[in-house]
Design a protein around this ligand. Structure first.
Ligand SMILES: [Zn+2]
Ligand SMILES: [Zn+2]
Length: 232
């Protein structure tokens, strides 16, 4: 048995959430919330006994501003490097959502105004990421027994952190059903929805035990199997 690795979701705002992944050997943060949420992020970490300098890596699941908008500021507070998949790195460099943001259903088209709009590049949140990687990429060097997998579809460079203990942090590979939080729903937007379902299928073949989505509560794998049957 390796060290125990724990995942904690930290709510940063109405739609944003980041994940604290910690073991005895290290602390990694997945996503960084939006611009202006960094005080809240640091306070949430402190509430879990994590000081800024304890963070060894900030892993970004994909290039949407609700996930990386706070990354530049969180890097300044923690000193931790920010890592993003090579195919979404330009979003961070430009301070702009990785497009195109195609609605996945007529209903989600209506919901786009909430936060997934294409907005102008924002120099205040733009920066050169420290680590631009091609997945798969293991995080053992950061004290975390797990692997970053390329799970494209929502964006070209979307990734999932699959821990050896079966927990998977999937970004926006799926979202929660607004009425029934134990059920999964498609992401609101997708660069390539077919690729998204292929990525989800490949992930489920790895038998994750619990899936941590950004926009909703953690899901059992069964909920994702139902989603795939319905849409893919
Ligand atoms: Zn997204
Ligand atoms: Zn999102």
């Amino acid at each position: 048995m390796g060290p125990t690795t724990q995942v904690t979701g930290l709510r940063l705002g109405p739609i944003s959430r980041m994940f604290l992944v910690q073991s005895d050997a290290g602390v990694v943060v997945v996503d960084a919330g939006m611009a202006g949420q960094t005080d809240r992020a640091v306070a949430a970490l402190a509430a879990h006994g994590v000081a800024p300098q304890d963070v060894r890596l900030i892993l970004i699941t994909h290039g949407h501003i609700d996930h990386f908008g706070g990354a530049k500021a969180l890097r300044a507070r923690t000193g931790a490097p920010v890592a993003v998949h090579t195919l979404d790195a330009d979003a961070l460099r430009n301070g702009q959502n990785m497009g195109p943001l195609k609605p996945t259903t007529p209903l989600t088209g209506l919901l786009l105004s909430i936060g997934a709009r294409m907005v102008a590049p924002d120099p205040a949140i733009a920066f050169e990421p420290d680590i631009v990687f091609d997945a798969p990429w293991r995080l053992d060097d950061y004290g975390i027994a797990g692997e970053v997998l390329h799970t494209p579809g929502h964006t070209p460079g979307s990734v999932t952190l699959l821990l050896d203990n079966g927990a998977a942090i999937v970004g926006d590979l799926a979202t929660g059903n607004w009425l029934f939080p134990t059920r999964a729903a498609p992401p609101l937007v997708a660069w390539d929805l077919k690729r998204n379902w292929e990525s989800l299928h490949a992930l489920l073949e790895r038998h994750p035990t619990r899936l941590y989505i950004t926009h909703g509560q953690p899901l059992a794998p069964e909920a994702l199997h139902v989603l795939l049957k319905r849409y893919a």
